[in-house]
Design a protein around this ligand. Structure first.
Ligand code: SIN
Ligand code: MN
Length: 251
């Protein structure tokens, strides 16, 4: 399940690597079957945390990897875990996980950002990365993720909080700064099929548009942090559902 040198080099060069068909049909079916459990549960009862769109549709479900058997297994799947360990070059724990939901016609934008643009404030170094599993076909119409190839090489850019665009406070790169860092020709649409997995660096600039399609767009993102990169104390620590307060090595 390990990547060869050219796979690693591609990730280091572009800041991401998309592996088509990494998960097989049975694995994808299991993930799909779990989606309603993640969407429909009640926070107080099942331990997961949900964020909603202004209209009430679920936008994100955190902590599936702790509470749902299929998602518990997913973060340990060697097809994902082994390359993550190679790239991070150490044991890892889950910083957080989320089912990112974009209901048909309702799912809203993720403004351009680097994950480490705001995770820095959680008291950690840039030693973490994400694996995003595509659960529903992802197209430009349903708001597939877009990345800016090679943008991780700039290092972290200052972010600002946007509290007006969506129901959820988003940290983003201010629009004036974006003009200097994103060229149209460097924007890549991560379109794909269920079972494709995108691995990406915490400084890669990415975002996504509104779901303008009748197709839902569900993806599951697991964020793996180097076990030696535990958060240092900060003034306003975020809750355990988004910045894990436990550090179980994933194995
Ligand atoms: C993210 O940056 O966490 C989400 C992007 C997306 O799901 O479109
Ligand atoms: Mn992100």
């Amino acid at each position: 399940m390990k990547w060869n040198d050219s796979g690693i080099a591609e990730f280091r060069e572009n800041g991401y690597r998309l592996i088509r068909g990494l998960l097989d049909e049975t694995e994808v079916e299991g993930l799909r079957a779990g989606v309603p459990d993640l969407l429909q549960g009640k926070d107080e009862e099942d331990g997961m945390h949900r964020e909603r769109e202004k209209g009430g549709a679920v936008r994100q479900v955190f902590l599936g990897h702790r509470h749902h058997p299929t998602y518990k297994a997913l973060i340990r799947n060697p097809k994902i875990l082994e390359p993550v360990q190679q790239l991070i070059n150490n044991d890892t724990y889950i910083f957080h996980s989320k089912l990112n939901v974009k209901e048909a016609f309702e799912g809203t934008v993720w403004l351009w950002h680097q994950d480490y643009g705001y995770w820095m404030w959680d008291g950690i170094g840039p030693n973490l990365m994400s694996a995003m599993v595509i659960i529903d076909k992802a197209t430009p119409n349903n708001g597939c993720v877009m990345v800016v190839a090679g943008s991780h090489k700039r290092g972290r850019i200052e972010h600002e909080a946007d509290t007006v665009t969506t129901s959820y406070k988003q940290w983003c790169i201010p629009p004036d700064d974006l003009k200097a860092v994103i060229r149209e020709e460097d924007i890549i649409h991560i379109t794909g099929e269920p079972g494709d997995v995108l691995f990406f660096d915490c400084n890669l600039i990415h975002g996504s548009g509104h779901n303008m399609s009748p197709l839902p767009r569900n993806t599951f993102i697991a964020v793996y942090n180097n076990i030696d990169n535990k958060p240092k104390p900060v003034e306003n620590p975020r809750p355990d559902w988004v910045v894990a307060h436990r550090f179980d090595v994933v194995k």
